[in-house]
Ligand binder design. Structure first.
Ligand SMILES: [Zn+2]
Ligand SMILES: [Zn+2]
Length: 508
């Protein structure tokens, strides 16, 4: 017979927490006694606590994202029914319990009191900037939502950054505050990004939030940024997108890269909100792979972990570029009327997209100094910082000149395309270009084909293939890095295949 005492469980730091959490649970259940949904609330609270322990998430780290992971977990918890999570009100019960944990001090919550107190002043500030009523309403409710989300995400005003605005814009909203939930649309993201960024700027101006860049000084991100710029030569926009994506899951990877494991890595790609598009999921996989490669290059993690990132299946040549007819392109161009400054701007943008096949990002980044009027050339940086000089066709050049001379607000700013309403900042993202394109297409009544600015790029390439341009010249205009990318367009027309069979540029 074994008479020695049983070995003690080896969990000295967690043990205290465990007792404390149990005590809080008991207190919570006491408080809920007599409620008609007591069974549901008690079950949800116990289940959540059980799962949090199973996943080794310390209570102090519980935030909106953890709650969301809980609601998505494939439940195999002992003594809990997997169907329980599907019960109506179950998630609300979990949140109620989390709120109780916050009240009891078991979960530290940032103090956003001073920020909340500024909301009325923010309204006055927007009036002073002469925003329209509707626009103010959108920005104010967006700011309230942002503050609410900051609290749920445990982000204090002292550390809030642009990356948080991006996380806010993309978050799968389950906030108490919002009645309008459901599928996250592109315009919804844009609205959140805009209202979050505007409010953050307001806080910065009042010294309540750190200046741009200061908060992002997480040393891991800083090193990753440097590596991306110097080792991969990617553009500024790509760096911003990659870092915003990294921020989404950096915490879930854990502190110590030498302890990263394949399961966590796989789950980051697979455990995504259903609202995220296929392209966004692919972005997660790409950036995660880049981040792991960066760590491995510095000897911080095992190189084989890169292979743990699942491949989002999409064979390159399975994607046929989709396009609209040349007539439809012309209809869209003429739909931008020259009577308003917005119309003049949009016409110039659409002509650049249609005639030169520029990417939306190229249009946003275009600077006044990139235009060589004397030689009718346009300098475009493009992906991977490969600058190119493109000939500026007559109509696109005229439209560009008309915009700069007649419609562009006079402000000290080198970027060509600015917002047409105050504040006159440069168009900030591809999404704004996509919105301009969508409006013009609506006006012209052009349906079908892909949405967004790329439709012009595809249509231009397709039209060039049809009129017999060589793949080499198409590749040069579209600034493709590899002939394989251009070759996708050859598939649009079987007749073209004979011509495509000619040797590739660069082949022996
Ligand atoms: Zn479970
Ligand atoms: Zn929300």
């Amino acid at each position: 017979m074994i008479t020695s005492p049983l070995p003690t469980l080896d969990e000295p730091p967690a043990h205290g927490h465990r007792l404390r959490a149990d005590a809080i649970l008991a207190r919570y259940l006491d408080a809920q006694l007599g409620s008609p949904s007591f069974r549901n609330r008690a079950g949800a609270a116990r289940h959540f606590l059980h799962w949090v322990r199973l996943r080794h998430v310390p209570l102090s780290r519980v935030d909106a994202e953890v709650v969301q992971r809980f609601t998505r977990h494939r439940c195999q918890c002992v003594s809990f029914s997997p169907r329980a999570i599907q019960q109506p009100g179950y998630v609300t019960s979990v949140r109620r319990f989390v709120a109780f944990l916050e009240d009891q001090g078991a979960i530290p919550v940032p103090d956003l009191g001073p920020v909340v107190a500024l909301l009325p002043a923010y309204g006055d500030h927007l009036v002073a900037l002469s925003y329209s009523r509707g626009c103010r309403g959108m920005l104010i409710s967006g700011a309230e939502h942002f503050v609410h989300w900051l609290r749920l995400s445990r982000v204090g005003a002292q550390v809030v950054s642009d990356a948080d605005v991006e996380r806010f814009a993309q978050h799968d909203c389950q906030c108490f505050l919002c009645r309008k939930r459901g599928r996250l649309t592109a315009s919804g993201v844009l609205r959140r990004r805009r209202s979050g960024a505007a409010f953050l700027q307001f806080l910065r101006d009042r010294g309540l939030a750190p200046a741009r860049g200061v908060a992002e000084e997480d040393p891991r991100l800083r090193a990753f940024r440097t590596w991306l710029v110097h080792r991969c030569g990617v553009t500024k926009q790509t760096v911003v997108r990659y870092l915003a994506e990294t921020v989404r899951w950096l915490q879930s990877l854990g502190e110590d890269p030498s302890k990263y494991d394949a399961v966590t890595i796989r789950n980051i790609v697979l455990d995504q909100p259903v609202t995220r598009s296929r392209g966004s999921v692919q972005l997660t996989a790409t950036v995660l792979r880049a981040y792991l490669r960066f760590l491995a290059a510095n000897g911080a993690c095992r190189p084989e972990l890169v292979h743990a990132v699942p491949y989002a299946s999409r064979r390159r040549d399975a994607v046929l570029p989709r396009f609209i007819s040349p007539e439809a392109v012309e209809r869209i161009v003429t739909s931008c009327h020259d009577a308003t400054s917005t119309g003049i701007r949009d016409r110039a943008i659409i002509l650049l997209l249609a005639r030169l096949g520029l990417r939306a990002g190229d249009v946003c980044q275009l600077k006044l100094s990139d235009i060589d009027w004397a030689n009718a050339l346009l300098r475009v940086d493009g992906k991977s910082r490969r600058a190119a000089q493109l000939p500026l066709p007559q109509d696109a050049g005229d439209a560009l000149l008309a915009y700069i001379e007649q419609a562009r607000p006079v402000v000290p700013e080198d970027r060509v395309f600015l917002r047409s309403h105050a504040p006159f900042r440069p168009l900030a993202s591809s999404a704004e270009i996509a919105r301009i394109v969508a409006k013009a297409r609506d006006r012209a009544g052009v349906k079908g084909g892909p949405s967004g600015a790329h439709v012009f790029r595809h249509s231009l390439a397709t039209a060039m293939v049809r009129t017999g341009s060589s793949l080499e010249s198409i590749g040069a205009l579209l600034r493709h890095q590899s002939p394989a990318t251009t070759a996708i367009y050859a598939k649009v027309d079987v007749v073209m295949l004979a011509r495509v069979a000619q040797p590739w540029p660069g082949d022996a």
